[in-house]
Design a protein. Sequence first.
Length: 317
Amino acid sequence: MRQGKAEGTRGKGGGGGGRELLWVAAAGERKAVRTDEVRPVPQDPPVRAAPPGPHAAGLGCPLDCSSPRQKSVGESGGTGFCLAMEGGLTVGVLGATGAVGAEVVALLSRSATVGGVVAMTRRERGAGGFPGAAEGKPVTERVLSYGNLQAADLAGLDALVCCLGTTSADAGGAAQRHVVDHDYVLEAARLARADPKCRYFSLLTSTGSNSKSLLSYARTKGMAEEGVIALGFPRTSIWRPGLLDRGDRARGLEKVGLALAGGVPVRAVAAAIVSTLEHENTAGASSGASFFSDAEIRRLAREAGVQPTSPSSCSIM
């Protein structure tokens, strides 16, 4: 059986009970490989330059990406840095089994910029847990214990995409929703930031996010945004979509809104997130945050070749 090459961090989680499983899709089947049994084959590391011109998502990179290593601010040959790196990026996804997170995992697995995808979950999903992953691209599953995360749980990543989110109804009240949407997000972000390898954080929130809002949901999302930005990642992207079209996952009130006005498909949000990660750069600053409104998300999705608007129904386009 043809097996994809295992890349990325190969360590078990710390005392929080985290563990890793590597799922490799090949020839129509999936095989589990214990990461503590993966033995590297001695060989010279390949040097792969990022392709010139348009990248996988169809957007051109404004910087010179011919260098096989990451370009830093202030270096000659460019005014910012490009995340295209030797061997491909190792990208972690928090909330990897949610509506948006699952789409992000699938699209990352198809990206030429990405060498390995780390799907972070609360419960082991198994070989069928990531059906959208590209054949031959390794998806490492890290089972986390939120509220007791360890440094090893967030180690070895070049970038982290956070799609954690819940509702008061699902969480058991507004207070517990705040724990998930704010406390867990910042807990993971702090540990990722402690690893100098991780230079990019992408956070999914919601339109109307504001730490001073009178609405509990919007206030929590705004506080999470401010907390992540304060950590000072070299680059941070904040995504503020409107009503999400989750397809079969749509909740009661969401179905009403979608039936009346439609929404933004979760695949469109994921496409915007992934295409921006592929081409992330700065211009004259060593750190900074960018905010993407619903309209900007739809524009990026359209440029990436994904339908940015759902019909007035709950089906994904």
